[in-house]
Structure formats: structure tokens, C-alpha cells
Design a protein around this ligand. Sequence first.
Ligand SMILES: Nc1nc2c(c(=O)[nH]1)N[C@H]1C(S)=C(S)[C@@H](COP(=O)(O)OP(=O)(O)OC[C@H]3O[C@@H](n4cnc5c(N)ncnc54)[C@H](O)[C@@H]3O)O[C@H]1N2
Ligand code: MOO
Ligand SMILES: [Mg+2]
Length: 415
Amino acid sequence: MNTQPLTIEEAQRLVLEAVDPLPAELIPLGDCTGRILAEDLYADADLPAFDRSMMDGFAVRSADTAAACPDRPAYLTVIAEIAAGEDPVRPVGPGEAARIMTGAPIPPGADAVCRFEATSDGFRKNVPRVGVLKPTSEGENIARRGEDISRGGRVLTKGTRLGSGAAAVLASFGRAEVSVYRRPSVAIFTAGSELVEITEQPGRGQIRSSNGWMLAALVREAGGLPRLAKPVPDGIDELAAAVTSEGEGADLLVTTGGVSVGDYDLIPAVYERLGARTVFWKTQIRPGSPVRFALRGRQPVLGVSGNPAAAFVNALLFVVPVLRKMAGLPDPLPPTVQAVSVSGFPKPPIKPVRYLQAHAYLQEGRLLVELACGQSAGMIGSLAGTNALVRLPGGASLREGDLADVLLYGEVRSK
Ligand SMILES: Nc1nc2c(c(=O)[nH]1)N[C@H]1C(S)=C(S)[C@@H](COP(=O)(O)OP(=O)(O)OC[C@H]3O[C@@H](n4cnc5c(N)ncnc54)[C@H](O)[C@@H]3O)O[C@H]1N2
Ligand code: MOO
Ligand SMILES: [Mg+2]
């Protein structure tokens, strides 16, 4: 086990190294939103599958229209009407045109579509003859077979998060089922003799256990399936029994509380009882420094701090990346962007990296960030209404107007 506090980069590397993407499963296309594609998708056909009209108008031979102008229209005999869904076989010969609708196949012989607006009488149905008012160039208003997606090409890449656009592509190739990475299941345990369930009225010295609910929501947001156990009193037997019975088969175990040096901080002993090998304990981050990472066989176990804001930071920095990697995303670490800080941070610089609860928002197209009031690790209020963490490197201070590194985890809107 590493005994020196690790840098955040080293700690994240060790955690991510220990986990792999989960196996794939087939799901109905209608359930694909937010899931991660587990295969490359190649086009097994051209899209569109046939040359088709992009306008309502007339399929013509472009040469017939070369000299057309409003004063001397090119008059063509209308030989057919082609609606979308039809399969026209009759060729358009010289001096002829076929009335055609958007999406309908181009008939043999025609090489362009002249839209209604560029004809005389075009909007009138059943006219035997139409006057084309301007030249229609070869290929005009025709979508060529395969011009959208050509057969054999890769249209979706493994590791893509599926959404509306991908659904359109998958549907076009008849994929009623899609292969995605399985959603990670996460068993969550909250340790502490002071904790009561949220439906209970806490007695003196007791508190409602909020961390489990926070973690369950975060797991869900990251695409995982949380299983939240009842709060467990501090006791090696009780905690080990709960994890053994309710953590069975979970892809990830998360415990909160009990990771520091107090007399009842029993998580190290519990992990030992469970046969989990500790990979590291303590990191150079604040809050959340005493986070613990262990492996119980292949099952990863993350012991996050009991202090609510510290638990939140631990979860964003470790639990979410683990879930993203398990879910098949190629870039598991949350992206960092830069924003102008409208607040300064009054405390003096420290050696560890600080993560500050913040609200990032847009103003006239620029990303700004405001620190939440109350940055103590034990506080909960700063978690409400925030969508970002400001990352303050070791030794750095933050003044109003400085450019700050920001880790976004929620929707960014205008203020
Ligand atoms: N002597 C030292 N004491 C502490 C150190 C240290 O280095 N030396 N580190 C401090 C830091 S930093 C942190 S962070 C905390 C870590 O605490 P634990 O992970 O051991 O958590 P607990 O002691 O169980 O609880 C801490 C705090 O959080 C509340 N809590 C716990 N679980 C929940 C929950 N499910 N929902 C809401 N709140 C919860 C708990 O009541 C305590 O107030 O240790 C410092 N101490
Ligand atoms: O690292 Mo502890 O999380 O400061 O509060
Ligand atoms: Mg403690």
C-alpha cells in the first residue's frame, strides 16, 4: 500500500487502471439514450439507397432546359406523377418531364429536378405540359445514392454516448436492438452510529444520513445503478456483514465515513476483514484527503470521506470516472474548462489541490464561475445549486477576475 498521500493524478490513474469496461448487452433502440455503444457500426447499405428528389417539382433532362428563361420557357410534356414510396420505371425521354415529390426516386432518363417555383403552372395538378423558366443544371435537387452514408463506411464509433442523432442513424440501418456496455451497479454503504434514516427524526447527537442519497443520485447521473443500504453503526462486524450481504455482485462498492483516524473510523479494519487489499489511502486534495481505495479480488472498493462536501468531491473525482470507464467511455476523467471567477477565495494557499464548490454560468457567451458560500468539508448547503468545482492547484490563490480551472458536472445556463 502507498502510505504517502498521492497526487490526484496518481490516485486517479491507480483507480482507473484497476477497472475495465463491463461486458456488452443488447437493448431495444428506444432505451439507448445515454448508453455507450459497445461496437463500431458500419453501414451495410448506401444511404439514401436510391437517387431521390430533394424538392417537389419536375424530374427533367437538364439539357432540355439549357436555354430556358421566363420569356421563353422550355415546355416539357408531363408523362408521370411520382410520389415518395413509388418505384418509377417509365423513362423520361427528350422533351419530357415527370412530376415528382420530395423523397421520390428519380426516374430513369432524368438527371435533374426543377422545383415548382421555377416553372409556369407547376403548382397546378394534372397539367399535361409544364414550362421551365430557367436552366436546371445536371444533378440539381437530387440526393445521390450513398451521398449521405456510403456502404461499408463507419458511422458510429465504439464508446459513443448514444442520443437522438445516433438513434436516427441506428434506425436508418434497421437496428432495433443495439449493443451497449452494461450499466455498472454500485452498492453504497454509509457508516456511522450517529446516522438515522431520512424518514426518522434524529435524536440528540444524531443526523440524517444524506451522503448515501447524494451518492446514489450521482451514480445515477453517471449512468450507474445504485443500491443504497441502510446506515450501518460503527462496528467492524456490523459493517463487514452489511457489505458482505448487500455488496454481493456489485461492480463497485462505495462506503462513506470512517476513513480517518478516529477511534470509530473502522473502514480500514472492515476492508481487512473483507479481504480487500488497500491500494492507497490519503491524497493531496482538500477536501476529501483521506479517501481510500482497495480491491476485494477484482471488485473495486472506494472509501470516501464522511464529511458531506468531501464525500461529494471524492465521488466526482473517483466514483464518477470509475463508472464512466466501466460504462465504456474512452475519456473517463471529467473535462476541465476555464472560466473567469467572479469571486476570490480568502484562505491562504495550501500544498494540496483545493476543490471549491461553485456555480458556473454563461453571461454574454462567456463562462463565469462564482464560489459558493461555506466551503467547509462538513457543510451541505454549498452542494445545493452548484454545478462545478473550481480546481485551485497547490500553492495557488484565487482572486476575483482570475481565470480558474473548472470541472463541470451539471447543466450550465445563463444566470
Ligand atoms: N485527528 C484527525 N482528525 C481528522 C482528520 C485528520 O487528519 N486527523 N481528517 C479530517 C478530515 S480531512 C476528514 S475529511 C474527516 C473524514 O472523516 P471520516 O471519513 O472518518 O468520517 P466520519 O468520521 O465517519 O464522519 C465525519 C463527519 O461526516 C458526518 N457524516 C458521516 N457520514 C455521513 C452521512 N452518511 N451523511 C451525512 N453526514 C455524514 C459525520 O457525522 C461527521 O460529522 O475526518 C477529519 N478528522
Ligand atoms: O479532507 Mo477533509 O475532507 O478536509 O475535510
Ligand atoms: Mg472519522
